[in-house]
Design a protein around this ligand. Structure first.
Ligand code: NAP
Length: 259
């Protein structure tokens, strides 16, 4: 692994020599973030839960483009499994510099009809999943006296959204987690920020009805959906050195939705 790390340090790019873990990187926004960080020189650990084949394709795409990537399966809602994932990365690569908590799910319903199971599962993945990775990783970040954590929240967590009480609660919780951990780790040079995407074209939003998609676009002042690249770009900025004096912030990338 030392060889990869040395080659990687020699690679061009703002993130050369860095190791990044991106959760939920088998598709959608996570896939875009993984590709962007790798293109900037980072070794990228492509986390997935159910979509192993697709995660392998993401890693293959990065490697074919001259980057370094490895897939790592783990359900982020499982505290012990997250500990195992972090230990594996530390043993193999000796460091982690960037953690992107992107894994997320929706189980939408009106509050009157929302099941306890759907509430719990969304909170377990979207919010506790981020706690799990941060909890296991923070000791290494503290020791390194550097690190970048980027949590993918949502405008739903900023504004609320009818039919998404579970999702909005998880994403608002993620903002509280971001700000608290940012305060705890700031003095050790670790930055913790959140990105709150608006209405982004991925499988998550493709699963919505045509009517819901139209209503979503109508709520965007810029009048269009955002792309995976729009999010990956800001995450790469928050993961790199140019954002070293930014912590505890929530950056809405939403075409003006949350104005
Ligand atoms: P997506 O296309 O549905 O992808 C979700 C990703 O999360 C998949 O890679 C999935 O991996 C992973 N995942 C789900 N459960 C997991 C678990 N238990 N452990 C590990 N990984 C898990 O969604 P997306 O649109 O790209 O969304 C990515 C993030 O952005 C989410 O946090 C979402 O809430 C947020 N976001 C999206 C939008 C939007 O408009 N799309 C807006 C605001 C915020 P597997 O298939 O391998 O399980």
């Amino acid at each position: 692994m030392e060889e990869i790390m040395n080659q990687n340090k020699a690679a061009a790019g703002e993130l050369a020599g860095k190791v990044a873990l991106v959760t939920g990187a088998s598709r959608g926004i996570g896939r875009g973030i993984a590709g962007k960080l790798a293109a900037q020189g980072a070794v990228v650990l492509v986390n997935y839960n159910g979509s192993e084949q697709r995660a392998r394709e993401v890693a293959k795409e990065i490697i074919n483009a001259g980057g370094h990537a490895e897939c790592i399966g783990c359900d982020v809602s499982d505290f012990t499994a997250c500990g195992g994932m972090v230990e594996y990365i530390m043993e193999k690569y000796g460091r982690i510099d960037i953690l992107v908590n992107n894994a997320g799910v929706t189980r939408d319903n009106l509050i009157m009809r929302m099941s306890e199971e759907d509430y719990d599962r969304v909170l377990d993945i979207n919010l506790k999943g981020a706690f799990n990775t941060i909890r296991h990783l923070s000791k290494y970040f503290l020791k390194q006296r550097s690190g970048k954590i980027v949590n993918i929240s949502s405008v739903s967590g900023v504004m609320g959204n009818a039919g998404q009480a579970n999702y909005s609660a998880s994403k608002a919780g993620l903002i509280g987690l971001t700000k608290s951990v940012a305060r705890e780790l700031a003095s050790r040079g670790v930055c913790v920020n959140a990105v709150a995407p608006g209405f982004i074209d991925t499988e998550m939003t493709q699963a919505l009805s045509q009517k819901a998609r139209e209503a979503g676009v109508a709520a965007v002042p810029m009048g269009r959906m955002g792309s995976v690249e729009d999010i990956a770009e800001i995450v790469a900025f928050l993961a790199g050195n140019k954002s070293d004096y930014i912590t505890g912030q929530v950056i809405c990338v939403d075409g003006g939705m949350a104005i």
